[in-house]
Design a protein around this ligand. Structure first.
Ligand SMILES: Cc1cc2nc3c(=O)[nH]c(=O)nc-3n(C[C@H](O)[C@H](O)[C@H](O)COP(=O)(O)O)c2cc1C
Length: 122
């Protein structure tokens, strides 16, 4: 029994082409894998931590073995919590619009897992 995370990255919701393609895919997926669980993450509604200077500084302190300030500890624990949840899935489906030859900036700046999934804590 696998866990699949659908990351929905278009703010257009029902009018979104990528969301509709993902919906069709996930309907077929559920039929083919009825025992699997599917969780959705709407990046425009989710309460994700901003990966800001405090979080970045928290990461460098972990890498260097230095103690966190209170603010860094708070920011870093939210990052770890988010990544731990992200890594608890076996499969991922990302449906995203292309904006300016990439993903919408508003979600890429809030989404630290990409460079961190291999070693989030170091
Ligand atoms: C701000 C913005 C930037 C876009 N940039 C691109 C682009 O670089 N290349 C492209 O092919 N389409 C671009 N588009 C068009 C979208 O990719 C297209 O409308 C797509 O259907 C959006 O995905 P969605 O329907 O899932 O929201 C852009 C649209 C917007 C609103």
């Amino acid at each position: 029994m696998a866990k699949l995370l659908h990351i929905q990255a278009s703010p257009m919701h029902d009018r979104s082409y990528s969301a509709r393609a993902a919906k069709a895919f996930l309907e077929a997926y559920r039929k083919a894998h009825p025992a699997d669980t599917v969780e959705a993450l709407d990046l425009w509604a989710a309460d994700l931590p901003a990966f800001d200077g405090t979080a970045a500084s928290g990461k460098y302190k972990v890498m260097r073995g230095h103690p966190h300030t209170e603010a860094e500890a708070r920011a870093w624990s939210r990052v770890v919590e988010t990544i731990t949840h992200f890594k608890s899935f076996d499969k991922y489906v990302v449906s995203s619009p292309m904006w300016n030859f990439g993903v919408p900036w508003s979600w890429s700046r809030r989404w630290p897992p990409a460079p961190m999934t291999s070693s989030p804590l170091r």
